[in-house]
Write a protein that binds this ligand. Structure first.
Ligand SMILES: [Zn+2]
Length: 306
């Protein structure tokens, strides 16, 4: 009987061990860049899911019923915080499993929109954003320093939820950290040549990246994609461009404001794109680096071609 019992115990134990080794931790992130950081940490174990489809803006996304079900079901959920995904808190109330607003993580380097950056505030009513002067700049994933903090937190959470793969998560996070060092070096080299060259953006999303690499946009053209701004506003923006001379104006895919072409017509100004979200980047371990690398290349590429 005792022998039978020990066989039984061994059977149960092996069952539990197998169960642990195959622990399927479902990770969901709100936006692509967080999915890419999670993909680096989960490399070789599982592929994290992402809520927002490519091209969707986290500033004004509307959740579908299937999104809400996903939010309730996954084991771990990561989002930026209420300053970015204003659509999420409502549904997080119904969630019992852990969710992490990465803007609250200790060690995050956060910045605020400058008190004098009135470009967004001017048209707050017609804008799909909430980039008020002095408010938190929630585009925090564009700083490699913050990406490291997020990856460490994910590795700790995953290790606790799936101890059988803990070593893998930790070594993945360490490898990510080292690749970020290398990326940092490449970006510094790539962007050193364009430091101080003026450029404009339609969306003030890049300040973390700019801070990290010694860049600064000359201005933000605040226009809602669907609204044609008044003639006076367009004239004021054109005056700014004329003052600066040769320059680049960056819109963010997938939308280029309708007035972009009018704005630059006849001026030595190039229109180009900067993709802060990298919505179409495959969820691989190197995805996050690819988004930042593309950002650096697109920025430098346009400014060098002037
Ligand atoms: Zn924004």
């Amino acid at each position: 009987m005792s022998r039978l019992f020990s066989v039984f115990v061994a059977f149960i134990a092996s069952f539990l061990l197998i169960g642990q080794a195959q622990a399927d931790v479902r990770v969901l992130t709100s936006i692509k860049p967080l999915q890419l950081i999670a993909a680096a940490v989960q490399d070789g174990v599982a592929i994290p899911e992402v809520l927002l489809p490519p091209g969707a803006s986290p500033h004004n996304y509307a959740l579908r019923p299937s999104d809400v079900r996903k939010v309730q079901a996954v084991d771990l959920l990561y989002w930026i915080g209420p300053d970015m995904e204003g659509f999420l808190p409502r549904v997080l109330n119904g969630r019992t499993l852990p969710s992490v607003a990465v803007q609250d993580l200790p060690g995050m380097k956060l910045r605020r929109f400058a008190e004098d950056s009135h470009s967004h505030a001017e048209e707050a009513d017609e804008h799909d954003h909430d980039h008020r002067p002095g408010s938190l700049d929630a585009h925090l994933w564009l700083s490699p320093v913050n990406a490291r903090v997020i990856a460490e937190k994910m590795a700790a959470d995953l290790s606790a939820a799936d101890p059988a793969n803990a070593e893998r998560y930790q070594s993945n996070a360490k490898a990510f950290d080292q690749r970020l060092d290398a990326l940092d070096e490449r970006l510094k080299k790539r962007l050193a040549g364009v430091e101080g060259k003026p450029y404009f953006v339609f969306h003030e999303a890049f300040d973390y990246f700019e801070d990290a690499y010694g860049l600064k946009h000359a201005g933000v053209f605040s226009v809602a994609a669907e609204v044609q701004p008044g003639a006076q506003h367009v004239a004021a923006m054109r005056t700014r461009l004329q003052e600066v001379g040769k320059t680049c104006v960056f819109s963010e895919p997938p939308l280029r404001p309708r007035l972009a072409e009018t704005l630059v017509a006849g001026l030595p100004v190039k229109l180009a794109e900067l993709d802060a979200l990298g919505g179409y980047t495959p969820a691989t371990a190197q995805g996050y680096e690819q988004v930042l690398e593309k950002l650096g290349n697109d920025l430098a590429g346009c400014l060098e071609s002037l």
